[in-house]
Design a protein around this ligand. Structure first.
Ligand SMILES: C[C@H](O)[C@H](O)[C@@H](O)C(=O)CO
Ligand SMILES: [Mn+2]
Length: 416
């Protein structure tokens, strides 16, 4: 059977369940994911500072991008193998300063003009993150919540500068830039005061967000975390802190699915968040036993996250970004696998007869509901994926990997 015959057959099978595969493909084509630049260089940034902040990239696979040119070339290589048109998520540590040290509090849009050009030429959007780690001004694991006013001032100014840079991205590229604040602040051991640091963080955020920027160009979000390496006992920017802050101050919550207790599921949080917020941002990762930031696989939680996005009819309300950094394998392959898996999960969700399944739940017909859910796992979504990839001009199967091997041999191996 030819590929298109297989698609025709899949189309008919899904149609019997009331699912329109053409609509699923069309909707998936409109989904832009935000691909994190930091998988390409193990979160090193262009200042080549030691990675701090309680996060870790482990492994020593050859070929890490060492310069802006190398990182951009590697991003291009990944994008060639991923269907659709996407966004690139930058950290402030990827400023293009021509090798000059610019304190983070003094960063300007001009330090990112090269990234805007890169994005414009490829029709990409840009998202942005202040970098409150890997810097001498992180003192005793504290930034915006530090008791030291000079430390707080530095980081407040950094975040303010980053919001201007984000607004500049949005204006230049004509697509709203998500500017997400994550801070590593916390305590290794049981703190004597949890309120003070959180009060200082709240006041710092109030100052950062006091400047009203154009919502057509910038959306703000805050990202919580339950713990980091070296800050195991208390994280200042906890989920409760940010959820309340966001609700009261008109900013968005960003949920990173590596930042909760292992049995807490972001998929379960999504519907509740969507009932109270216009938009929600995601960092999709794969925590293995802790916030290990492994490459996103096509696993149960990824599929569940995608199902919630689709069945809450929230494809345009959930800003989906990826966040992992694996230095033990080919980094470009890591990007491609994670991005394609997110898309595959969304496609499966788009091919699910949610109305029918909701009806079964509401009728308490859990027997039939379970049966259908399990049978759907063996439906021919791979044939619809193949059709989607064909229309986007990329390989649907492992055929893309020969290009990774060629690039590794021709380009990456020459870097060491
Ligand atoms: C690079 C980090 O992963 C990122 O800024 C942040 O989103 C995070 O998840 C820290 O654990
Ligand atoms: Mn994250």
């Amino acid at each position: 059977m030819t590929m298109s015959n297989r698609y025709q057959e899949a189309k008919e099978r899904y149609a019997k369940l009331g699912v329109d595969t053409e609509e699923a493909i069309r909707r998936l084509q409109n989904v832009s994911l935000s691909m994190h630049c930091w998988q390409g260089d193990d979160v090193r940034g262009f200042e080549d500072a030691e990675l701090t902040g309680g996060i870790q990239a482990t492994g020593n696979y050859p070929g890490r991008a060492r310069t802006p040119e190398e990182l951009m070339a590697d991003i291009d290589e990944a994008l060639r193998l991923i269907p659709g048109t996407h966004r690139i998520n930058l950290h402030a540590s990827y400023a293009l300063t021509g090798g000059k040290h610019v304190p983070k509090s003094e960063l300007l849009p001009e330090h990112f003009a090269g990234w805007v050009e890169f994005a414009r030429q490829r029709g990409l959007g840009l998202d942005f993150n202040p970098t409150l780690f890997s810097d001498d001004m992180v003192v005793d694991n504290l930034t915006l919540s530090s008791p030291d006013g000079a430390v707080r001032r530095f980081w407040i100014d950094h975040c303010k500068a980053c919001r201007h840079i984000g607004e500049y991205f949005g204006r230049e590229l004509g697509t709203t830039c998500l500017v997400n604040i994550w801070i590593p602040d916390g305590f290794k051991d049981v703190p004597a005061d949890r309120l003070g640091p959180r009060r200082r963080l709240k006041e710092a955020l109030d100052e950062i967000y006091s400047e009203k920027l154009d919502p057509r160009y910038i959306a703000d979000s805050v990202e919580s975390k339950v713990f980091g390496i070296g800050v195991e006992s208390c994280t200042v920017g906890s989920h409760e802190f940010y959820m309340n802050y966001a609700a009261k101050n008109g900013v968005l919550c960003l949920l990173d699915n590596g930042h909760f207790h292992p049995t807490e599921m972001v998929s379960d949080k999504l519907p509740s968040m969507l009932l109270f917020f216009d938009k929600v941002a995601l960092h999709v990762t794969r925590p293995v036993r802790w916030d290990s930031d492994h490459v996103v696989l096509f696993d149960d939680e990824l599929r569940e996250i995608a199902k919630e996005i689709v069945r809450c009819d929230a494809l345009d309300r959930v800003m989906i970004g990826l966040d992992y950094f694996d230095a033990s394998i080919n980094r470009i392959s890591a990007w491609v696998v994670g991005m394609r898996n997110m898309q595959k999960a969304l496609l499966c969700a788009l091919l699910t007869p949610h109305g029918m399944m909701r009806g079964l739940q509401d009728a308490s017909d859990y027997t039939r509901l379970m049966m259908l859910g399990e049978e759907l796992k063996f439906y021919p979504y791979a044939d619809v994926w193949a059709e989607f990839c064909e229309r986007c001009g990329v390989a649907a199967d492992e055929g893309w990997f020969s290009e990774i091997s060629r690039y590794e041999k021709d380009v990456l191996q020459g870097r060491n």
